[in-house]
Design a protein around this ligand. Structure first.
Ligand code: FES
Length: 573
């Protein structure tokens, strides 16, 4: 007879048994294979913490994860748990075609199903590079087991000659200088070797660090751990503490739906705004919130933006400080304390404490005001991101005003249209392109349902002839995304996208467009009859993929305001 003690069907290693029609046989089989790994019966009786492990040689941002994993497992073991890591898909920004966004939902599905299907009582989610953290939080929210995120942490900066450099705001700045003819091929190649010199995620407040901050704003990571550099000893201590906390969360039954709520999503939006964080953060947060049935309304974003100051002067906001400076300056805790009157302090965090209890325990902590400003003397009095609406974007579009040129905010311009990424690449630098610095560059068919699957192509290059004449910024509008490390007067996520029949697909070169950041407006100044005529002649350019994941993606992906999640992954109403 099989010893069935410690075989509660709802917890531990013997939960979720296979159905052979003989429960004792299922237990016997599972134990037989588990014991082949050398586990004792006592170990197998412990609460199980799975560790979603995303180390991959295709993901340089996670190159330090083996060392972090050892620390997580130590923490789980010390706290009385059994640590079992399992691999999931890992996503890196520069090694995936056509782009990493296309695979965020795949990673979320992989992670969710493995959390649910494997016998674990809680999970530690090890993520870092841009799409990994949102994918894991989406997964955890749907899997509904106690879950805690461990952030990989940002890179340290490096040097190129007299310049301090870090990926990837500086990547773009140097590339613009190269395009403008101010740097040689040998010099740009030398820069290439200096931009990324340590493990970790991009060294500025790009999407990865924005998502880490959002995770802390939501309460899904240990307090104070979002910004610890990847190679800092504190990162290892955070990993060990995260493992231990995961074990304690089991007894407390602290599932993500108790932490990710409408109120904590508001807190996370405030953090995003106060950091001048990545526009991608809005899409990812909408997707995470959507998994627990919370809608991130873009009109609500504007309300929060109007009342949230930008507090962090971290690139691409400002021109001096990097994530390592932000960490040393006080990190997310310092920003949260400044925002305290605006936050929902009763929100729970993974520790079981409320945000208010956390902040009370941090009163008087050090803050470097060069990097993290006070609410009384902010970088900007209002938030970094704004949603625009109008006849060109009926369901909304996003502009990152904190990284844009204010003199371009209130203006009307002539549209210069590129119908696809291929068209953009073929014509943007053509010497005979009819374009001036006052024109608006429009990119169509780069949204989620397009063949390009919403790449970070919204940072349209300044046409070479204008760049060489000294033009640094222009109004650029698309249904694409933009890297969190990019900057400029760039309107993104126009919804509905061209491939879904949105008005952006009807714009023709020569049309007039009016942008007003003050009034939150983006209008196509073409009369309705003409637009109707164009609509009738329009052939929607959706993804041509006829099979597999690509087909699933283009058929079920939602628009940017819904987070580009798959429609069938959101909770049933
Ligand atoms: Fe991984 Fe920037 S490429 S965080």
């Amino acid at each position: 007879m099989v010893d069935s003690k410690n075989s509660n069907p709802n917890q531990g290693f013997l939960q979720g048994l296979q159905s052979y029609g003989d429960r004792d046989f299922s237990i016997y089989m599972r134990r037989a294979f588990a014991r082949s790994q050398g586990f004792s019966m006592a170990e197998l009786a412990r609460p199980v913490v799975g560790v979603a492990y995303t180390h991959s040689k295709f993901n340089p941002c996670h190159r330090h994860f083996p060392e972090l994993l050892e620390a997580v497992k130590r923490g789980i073991t010390f706290a009385g748990g059994l640590a079992l890591e399992f691999p999931t898909i890992s996503l890196h920004e520069s090694t995936l075609a056509p782009n990493s966004m296309k695979f965020r939902n795949l990673m979320a599905m992989d992670t969710e199903e493995m959390i649910r299907a494997q016998p674990m009582d809680a999970v530690v989610l090890m993520g870092g590079c841009d799409k990994t953290v949102p994918a894991q939080l989406m997964a955890a929210a749907s899997a509904a087991k106690p879950a805690i995120q461990l952030i990989g942490g940002p890179q340290m900066t490096s040097r190129y000659k007299d310049d301090r450099v870090g990926a990837c705001t500086d990547c773009r700045k140097f590339w613009m200088r190269y395009r403008a003819g101010d740097m040689s091929s040998a010099e740009i190649e030398a820069v290439e070797g200096r931009l990324v010199t340590t493990a970790g995620t991009c060294a500025v407040m790009g999407t990865a660090s924005t998502m880490a901050a959002i995770a802390e704003g939501l309460g899904m990571i240990l307090p104070g751990t979002a910004a610890i550099p990847a190679v800092h000893a504190d990162r290892l201590r955070a990993a060990e503490a995260t493992g231990g906390e995961a074990v304690r969360m089991i007894a407390a039954k602290l599932t993500p739906d108790r932490i990710i709520t409408a109120k904590s999503v508001d807190n996370a939006v405030r953090i995003l705004l106060a950091l001048g964080g990545s526009t991608n953060g809005i899409i990812h947060l909408a997707a995470i919130a959507g998994r627990v049935g919370v809608k991130l309304d873009l009109k609500r974003l504007n309300e929060l933006s109007d009342t949230t100051p930008v507090l962090a002067a971290v690139k691409p906001v400002g021109n001096e400080f990097y994530m390592e400076d932000f960490f040393a300056a006080g990190g997310i805790g310092a920003v949260l304390r400044e925002l305290k009157p605006l936050l929902n302090l009763d929100c729970l965090t993974v520790t079981g404490e409320t945000l208010g209890q956390r902040l009370a325990s941090e009163e008087g902590h050090y803050v470097d005001r060069r990097v993290i400003k006070s609410a009384a003397e902010p970088v900007e009095p209002q938030g970094g991101l704004v949603a625009l609406f109008g006849s060109l974007a009926p369901d909304g579009a996003i502009i990152k005003r904190s990284a844009a040129t204010p003199s371009l905010f209130e203006r009307e311009g002539r549209a210069i249209v590129f119908s696809s990424l291929d068209d953009l690449a073929a014509r943007i630098d053509a010497p005979d392109l009819d374009v001036t610095a006052d024109d608006f560059l429009i990119l169509q068919n780069a949204g989620p349902r397009s063949a390009a699957a919403m790449p970070e192509a919204g940072f349209l290059p300044i046409p070479k002839k204008l760049a060489r004449a000294g033009v640094k910024d222009m109004v650029r509008i698309s249904d694409a995304r933009m890297s969190g490390t990019a900057f400029g007067t760039i309107v993104l996520h126009v919804a509905p996208e061209a491939a879904a029949g949105g008005p952006i697909g009807l714009v023709a070169t020569g049309d007039r467009i009016r942008l007003s950041v003050k009034d939150r407006k983006l209008d196509l100044l073409v009369d309705a009859a003409e637009l109707d005529k164009r609509r009738k002649a329009q052939v929607l350019q959706t993804s041509p993929e006829a099979r597999g994941y690509g087909q699933l993606f283009s058929r079920t992906v939602t628009q940017a305001p819904e987070g580009c999640d798959f429609d069938f992954l959101r909770p049933a109403k």
